[in-house]
Design a protein around this ligand. Structure first.
Ligand code: CA
Length: 238
């Protein structure tokens, strides 16, 4: 079985967006538009649900409605920004309130951006991409560099010291995941989720196979193996 997905417009599994919105029609419109842009969307109807599911879903970005029943959006934002696991996840607050004071309050709680309803879909997508350029650069076509490696996620070209490297599509997605966060240790499960996507069943041993291929590919013109095996934890670049 080949788990390589052909024709992906994005590098790696598509960035995952969590939509936290209690209004069903708004949730549907957001989900529809984000999916049309190629994002992987999960949603929560309340702040409590968002807080419960954020670890399991591990979204790359969160669109968070301010006015939610129970725990408010602003409180959800505050709590997520206090936790080490979710601190770096960009949060865009959505609000019907437009007063400047609210905007300031939203940003003070740690929100990365703030959009007032009704918003234009084009503007919202631009803001989402702007946040992802910081947090998931390869997923939005940025060029990544690490040591003598350069990965261009727009043209899908990888070079080492100016020599082009031949990589399979899965190895390319693995490398872009590593190059987005050099030094970070990824577990096999996290790599499966990000590189293969959560809806595809692949054994964790498959990860080891592709890591082996990636290592070979990275050293095809010589040079040191930049990938590190971290016993009992997973793999890291550098
Ligand atoms: Ca609401």
């Amino acid at each position: 079985m080949s788990a390589d997905r052909q024709g992906d417009s994005m590098t790696g599994a598509a960035p995952r967006v969590m939509v936290v919105e209690d209004e069903p029609s708004q949730r549907e419109v957001l989900t529809y538009n984000l999916e049309a842009e190629g994002f992987d969307v999960c949603s929560a109807e309340t702040g409590d649900e968002a807080l419960l599911r954020v670890d399991e879903e591990a979204p790359d970005i969160i669109l968070l409605d301010w006015m939610l029943p129970g725990v408010s959006g602003i409180e959800v934002c505050r709590r997520l920004k206090m936790r080490a696991e979710t601190r770096a996840t960009p949060i865009i607050m959505l609000s019907a309130r437009s007063e400047e004071v609210d905007k300031v309050r939203g940003l003070e709680t740690g929100a990365d951006d703030y959009i007032v309803k009704p918003y234009s879909v084009i503007e919202l997508m631009a803001r989402v991409r702007a946040q992802l350029r910081r947090s998931r650069p390869a997923s939005v076509g940025q060029r990544l560099e690490f040591a003598d490696f350069v990965l261009d996620s727009e043209t899908h070209r990888v070079t080492r010291g100016d020599k082009p490297l031949k990589l399979g599509p899965t190895e390319f997605r693995l490398l872009s995941t590593f190059m987005e966060k050099p030094g970070r240790v990824w577990s096999r499960e996290q790599l499966l989720d990000r590189v293969w996507g959560r809806d595809i069943y692949v054994d964790t041993r498959t990860v080891d196979v592709h890591i082996g291929r990636l290592r070979k590919a990275l050293c095809q013109h010589g040079g040191d193996d930049p990938l590190r095996t971290v016993r009992g934890a997973g793999y890291a670049l550098g």
